[in-house]
Each structure stands twice: as C-alpha cells, then as structure tokens.
Design a binder for this molecule. Structure first.
Ligand code: PMP
Length: 359
C-alpha cells in the first residue's frame, strides 16, 4: 500500500508516472534495454532529452529566446554558477533574502569573492514573510529571489518588478510549475527537480539567451552555461534516468490540463490545510497569511511532545514526512504538485481528530 507522502523532497511523484516508468523499466518501448542502460548518444535517448527540454519551455509558455538545460549538482551548484557567470568585476550581485536557501545563495556569491548586496531581508521576523520593498545597490548585476522557502513556508505571490535592463534570477526549486507565473519576466530560473517535477539527480535551468551576452569569460568548462547550451545539455553524461522521469512528469502535467489546472488543484489543497489551522487554537501557522506557501505548510502544536506524538500517530495512519525541517522544528506538510487531494483531505481529518483527542 502506498502512503500519503508529505516529504519536502525528494517527494511524491504521480502514480501514473511511476506505473509508466515501471512498465518500461526493463525494456524501454521495445528497445531491448532500460533507459538506465542506454547510451546517452543513442537516437532513443536523444528523443527523450530533446522532448523533456522542449516540453518544459512549452509548459512555461516560453519561446526560442529561452533555452532549457538539465544539469548535475542540484540547485546548490547554481548558487555559485550564477555569480560566477553573471556578476562582472565592476558589478554587484543583489539578493532578496527570504531565509535558508536564499541565504545559502548569497553566501555562495560571497565565497567566490564577488561583491554582493542584500536588497531586502525578512530576517527581522525569522523569515516568516516576503519583503514587499527592496533597495538595489549601485551597478547591480542581477536581482536573485527564491520564489518559495521550502523550510519556512513563505511564497512570492507576485513576480517582482525590476528595471528593464536588470536581469531577474529565481530559485524556483519548491514551487516550480505549481501554477502559471510570468516566466518571461525572468532571465534565469533554476531549481532541483526533486520536489515538483521529478526525482533527485537533475537541476533544471531555464535561461533567456540575451543574458548570455553578460557572461564572464574564462570560466571552468563545467561551470560555464555556454558549455551546456552549445552541447544541447549533453556536454558530459547527463543524469539520464532522472531526465527521463522528469519528461514523463511534464507529460503528466500537460495531460492534466497544464499550469492552470495545477493552480486550481494546488489552491484547493492548500486551502484544506490552512482552513484547519485557521479554525483551530491548537494548531498555529507560522507564516503571515498573505505570504503563505501553497507547497510547504509549516505549523506548530502547543508543545514539542505533542508534535512528536502527532508525527508518530500520523505515520501509523500512513501519512509520512510531517516533521518540520531540523533547523526550525515543528511540523510541516509539503503538498507538492503530484500529491493527490485525498492526501490532504485525510490529513485534515486526522488533524481535527488529533486536536479533539489531545486538547
Ligand atoms: N533551493 C530550495 C528552495 C530548496 O528547497 C533546496 C533543497 N531543499 C535547494 C535550493 C537545494 O537543492 P539541492 O539539494 O538540489 O541542491
């Protein structure tokens, strides 16, 4: 029996996709071998990766002024590739710090020695909100945001306005393709696949080609976006199986009605969980309501031992992954794209029952 999977990532995948992958695991569409065993230079694999790249742009509504890559090294490698490629010596890398991952992003810029500036931060209130104003530095190279804080459960509800000539860069790891965004506003979008669009092992990077005009020169080969673009995301052996599964998830997103349908479904799921929090004086949501994430819902119970009991009882009922991130404690339900409605309905029922029994 499958459990309701509230893990923060790697996370739940669509059942239809798992069954399709299983069907083709041993012999991929009559090729006589598994995708795991296939040469990445074969015609079969070329079709898999080409389609996974083109379908991604199509779902995002982007044209051929953008390019999609699938790279190794997770979102974390992008933290330093971005300043390395796009912050020139006389420029300043600008960041809005909404906690955890965005902090890691600017720290990586600092580490490689580029000038950086925090245009805004929500650290004053423990990253429980999204800053609404920001102050850019002189000579900004780009503005970097993290559209969803996986740990704190805050989410940007608008695509920020920036000056026309300033590149906007976003880590979308934990809310990617969960609803339509104005993707064309962004010059580079990246993230780890393992939350909303696939298994672990590949990062997606979507780049507006015009951004490449601002690239630094003499970069290490693997750290240079142009290396990967010029070789169609296959400069070296790509994370082949992960990309194949991502391709299947993208097909699933299309078949289910694309991003508009995801938005409606995710809005309903989030409402079910937040309704429980809002109608209770037992559970406490930790984020200001207007900035609440539709993907990661952190909450507290009146005491830590009750939180432990809650997590253990939920697990016994087939609901796993409800422990908050170790850096903040408490509970967190990650309710990504592929999590079925039934999982949040059962969670809400369990939360109400647990409250009655333990109040
Ligand atoms: N950014 C965000 C918003 C994340 O949630 C995570 C991982 N949880 C990362 C970056 C790091 O991703 P990776 O493990 O793929 O390097």
């Amino acid at each position: 029996m499958r459990v309701h999977n509230f893990n923060a990532g790697p996370a739940v995948l669509p059942e239809e996709v798992l069954l399709e992958v299983q069907k083709n695991l041993f012999d991929y569409k009559g090729s006589g071998l598994s995708v795991m065993e296939m040469s990445h230079r074969s015609a079969e694999y070329d079709q898999i990766i080409s389609e996974a790249r083109s379908r991604l742009l199509k779902i995002m509504g982007l044209g051929d002024d953008y390019v999609a890559l699938y790279l190794h090294g997770g979102a974390s490698t992008q933290f330093y590739m971005i300043p390395l490629n796009f912050c020139a010596e006389n420029k300043v890398a600008n960041y809005i710090d909404t906690g955890a991952w965005s902090t890691k992003a600017w720290k990586e810029a600092k580490k490689i020695g580029v000038k950086y500036h925090l245009a805004a931060t929500s650290e004053d209130k423990e990253f429980t909100y999204i800053p609404k104003t920001w102050q850019l530095s002189e000579n900004p190279a780009y503005l970097h945001i993290t559209t969803n804080n996986t740990i704190r459960g805050t989410e940007w509800k608008i695509d920020p306005d920036v000056p026309a000539d300033l590149p906007l860069i976003a880590d979308m790891s934990s809310n990617f393709l969960s609803r339509p965004l104005d993707f064309a506003k962004y010059d580079l979008i990246y993230g780890g696949a393992q939350k909303n669009i696939g298994p672990a092992g590949a990062a997606f990077v979507v780049i507006k080609k015009s951004l490449l005009e601002r690239q630094n020169s003499n970069l290490p080969t693997m750290m240079d976006y142009n290396t990967h673009i010029s070789k169609d995301s296959m400069f070296n052996t790509p994370p082949a199986f992960a990309i194949y599964v991502i391709g299947e998830v993208l097909k699933w997103i299309e078949e289910k009605g694309g991003l508009e349908a995801r938005e409606e479904y995710n809005r309903q799921k989030a409402a079910i969980v937040y309704d429980v929090l809002d109608n209770s004086d037992f559970y406490r949501g930790t984020v200001v309501p207007e900035d609440r994430s539709w993907m990661n819902v952190p909450f507290r119970l009146p005491a830590e031992d009750l939180e432990k009991k809650f997590i253990a009882e939920a697990k016994a009922k087939g609901m796993i992954g409800l422990k908050g991130h170790r850096s903040v404690g408490g509970c967190r339900a990650s309710i990504y794209n592929s999590l079925p409605m039934k999982a949040v309905e059962d969670l809400a029922q369990f939360m109400n029952d647990f409250e009655k029994a333990n109040k």
